[in-house]
Design a protein. Structure first.
Ligand SMILES: [Zn+2]
Ligand SMILES: [Zn+2]
Length: 255
């Protein structure tokens, strides 16, 4: 499994894209502004998209990608997420006011996009190689993370989350965990904002990681633009003893 980080920042700016991961050229996990770096041909190869939650930094690329797909694909793109997330993006984005409903275009029988529900705790066998499982995390809106299991190993993406035992209980239930991509959005001095917006700080993540029985490589994401260096400094202390790195747009994760 080869995962390309199209975007993993907490915002946009020169060289910064928001969350989107390309798995083996066929699957997207989240569809933030990173989708904009894919060529049309690459966008047409995407068969499935798994969304962690409805926030704009994780879904806005889907709107623009869907608009590109007329005449490029001969089967719809499957968009998987929880019922709450799908309901939110249908009501607030693909509502014919903010953007067209691409699940009804070019016509209802041959749509460009098909929305499908994957509730927390449920798995999907994807292609011949992957088992994708959604698990509940805690954020300001209903949100999940995803594990992707193959014969070679297990990759987990937390999505946006705050401290919650469900996350660690799920991770500890896995038979193996090779790479854990997890967010750390704010520096410690913004602890109150992190709590309100349900994101991790380095200190909180460091404390919570004691609950994890596995020793995966930790891949850190979603840093607030402008705070990257401070977060890196704080992680040196809070994540001492862990194998970790700060992801950047364009990085590859191989399992
Ligand atoms: Zn969010
Ligand atoms: Zn986010």
């Amino acid at each position: 499994m080869r995962i390309k980080v199209l975007g993993c920042s907490g915002g946009v700016g020169p060289g910064l894209r928001t969350t989107s991961l390309l798995v083996d050229d066929e699957i997207l996990i989240d569809a933030g502004t990173g989708v904009g770096d894919l060529t049309l041909k690459q966008q047409a190869r995407i068969r499935q998209i798994f969304l962690t939650h409805s926030h704009l930094d994780h879904v806005c690329g889907l709107a623009f990608m869907a608009d590109n797909l007329f005449d490029l694909i001969d089967r719809p793109v499957e968009v998987w997420s929880t019922a709450e997330t799908l309901s939110a993006i249908k009501e607030h984005i693909f509502n014919w006011k903010i953007w067209p409903d691409f699940s009804k275009l070019p016509d209802e029988k041959n749509p460009l996009v098909v929305f499908s529900t994957l509730q927390p705790g449920r798995s999907l066998e994807s292609g011949d190689h992957y088992k994708v499982t959604a698990f509940k995390v805690q954020h300001t809106v209903p949100a999940v993370g995803y594990s992707v299991e193959t014969g070679h190993g297990t990759f987990v993406f937390s999505g946006d989350t705050y401290a919650n035992d469900n996350l660690w209980n799920y991770l500890n239930s896995l038979s193996r965990l090779d790479k854990l991509m997890i967010e750390v959005a704010f520096p410690n001095e913004e602890n109150d904002l992190a709590e309100t917006s349900r994101h991790f700080t380095p200190a909180l993540l460091g404390r919570e990681l004691h609950k994890l029985r596995h020793k995966p490589e930790i891949l850190l994401t979603h840093h607030k633009p402008g705070c990257e260096h401070l977060i890196e400094d704080e992680c040196r202390q809070s994540l001492a003893g862990w194998s970790y790195r700060h992801l950047k747009r364009g990085d590859l994760i191989e399992i």
